[in-house]
Design a protein around this ligand. Sequence first.
Ligand SMILES: [Zn+2]
Length: 256
Amino acid sequence: MPKNNEFLIEEMNAIQVKKNINQNTVAILVFGACENHGNHMPFGADFIFPYELAKQVANKKENIIVFPPMPYGVSLHHDQFQMTMSINPDTLVNVISDLLVSVITNNINRILIINGHDGNISPIEIASRLIKNKYPYVTIACLESWWELIGKLEPSLFNVWGGLGHGGEAETSAMLAVRSDLVNIGLAPENVIPKLPNHVRIYWKFNELTETGATGSPKNASVQKGESIMMSLENVLLSFIDEMNLKDWKYGIFLK
Ligand SMILES: [Zn+2]
């Protein structure tokens, strides 16, 4: 197994890079945001947890490298809250595309994106589709929204709303598991479940849903739930990487 964080590119020197990176290396890119997550959670929640997840995965498997997390995302829908740092969707599409091309130019064709923020889902998809069209031999995969997936994977883990919510039960639990010092649960709101139609999406602004910036049920969060979330997502990603490695990162009709 990798030693001394020898999978974090920001901590590696050129000799380590040369030794550790080859055509079978899996590159993990993390995209987050810097925005209000309610009174009880840190602004960096959307990259702090996914970056920890990336590190846990890389620590348990050979031949993975993790790039520094992108700490800003598309947060236009949060800009009514103080100190929202937002990147325009076009800009983020370009940033993601440029980073993907940089990885590919270094002969890495196995790319896994871990996203921590809802506003990044569309830019990640657009950039990935554009780059896939230019470099068809590359595999780009993405864990798009762990906060929705976890409610489906572990429905019995959560008390309210499948754990959903911005700074809600799942997000707050996840943060408690990795950086409990950054959570002040005493400042968390009681349940805030926005009244929205079921089947048709409204492109709301977040200040239309909550006064504090938090939704869901953070008071139901716990370290234990956060550890279960981490373990469950780790397993998803580790078995994805195992499965892809076995098949040389081929899929569909290219599988013999
Ligand atoms: Zn977010």
